[in-house]
Design a protein around this ligand. Structure first.
Ligand SMILES: *[C@@H]1O[C@H](CO)[C@@H](O)[C@H](O)[C@H]1NC(C)=O
Length: 255
């Protein structure tokens, strides 16, 4: 329940369209069993002890309690979680709705999610929740008519996001894996240098500032670059595409 529920809330739009997602529900019992199994693996730390983590900066290093800054795309490979939207950000963008609306304002959209959604990635943010499925996936909105349907065909920027809110590191931060994809005939492979490019696109749009039309809110962001969280290079990285190991910590505020 804990596992399926946040997932269902996050990517509701794709439920009828994606074979992967339907499979989760059609084979409800078995899929849930698999997910909770990987969960408990991660929860059972050596010695069974949890480290106290400091969340005063609005996020916690997932590695302290057994997580990592690569997601789990496949058993041995993952994609970098290269943007952290800090829990010190405006409380609205820390909610699911607020995050969705905010990322729309900087140029992503969740429309047409069902097209080429690919497989669901999991991540362990070291917050006690173990490996959880992505809560949210969004794609670059190119222009109004086609919206993200066009991105699904043409390739472009997209990201997956998880929330660090388990009881062992309840920072409320969003951990985001951003990348740039090839067009769909290439089955959504990441482009050359696609992790760095995807991250930089997210960060540049956020720092440039944006306007959320529905609520008439203007957003700005500050960025702090961190090294040492992710190993630079392509070791364990999906598609073998190297990345520079830098993680952007964004704090989003109203202007
Ligand atoms: C964490 O966030 C998810 C997604 O918003 C939510 O479904 C879940 O209930 C939250 N967990 C806690 C412990 O607050």
């Amino acid at each position: 329940m804990l596992i399926i529920f946040p997932f269902a809330a996050g990517v509701l739009l794709s439920l009828n369209l994606s074979p992967t997602v339907s499979a989760l529900f059609v084979r409800d019992g078995s899929e849930q069993a698999v997910l909770s199994e990987s969960n408990s693996n991660s929860i059972a730390l050596p010695g069974g002890e949890w480290e106290e983590v400091d969340i005063s900066e609005g996020w916690a290093d997932p590695r302290i309690n057994g997580g990592r800054l690569l997601d789990f795309t496949a058993p041995l490979l993952g994609e970098p979680l290269n943007v952290i939207l800090s829990g010190l950000s405006d409380p609205y963008v820390l909610t699911e709705e607020g995050f969705r609306e905010y990322t729309k304002s900087i140029g992503y959209s969740n429309e047409c999610l069902g097209l080429h959604i690919g497989n669901i990635h999991k991540a362990d943010l070291g917050d006690g929740n173990g490996r959880t499925p992505e809560l949210y996936l969004a794609r670059q909105a190119y222009f109004p008519v086609w919206g993200t349907c066009w991105e699904s065909i043409a390739g472009g920027h997209h990201f997956r996001a998880w929330r660090q809110n388990g009881t062992h590191a309840d920072s409320g931060a969003w951990f985001i894996g951003a990348s740039k994809e090839e067009h769909s005939q290439k089955r959504h492979k990441i482009v050359e240098n696609g992790y760095n490019l995807g991250r930089d696109w997210f960060v540049e749009s956020a720092v440039a500032g944006s306007h959320q039309k529905g609520r008439n809110v203007w957003w700005g962001a500050e960025v702090e670059w961190r090294t040492g969280l992710l190993e630079p290079g392509s070791n364990g990285v999906n598609h073998g595409i190297a990345q520079d190991g830098r993680v952007a910590v964004l704090t989003v505020f109203r202007v």
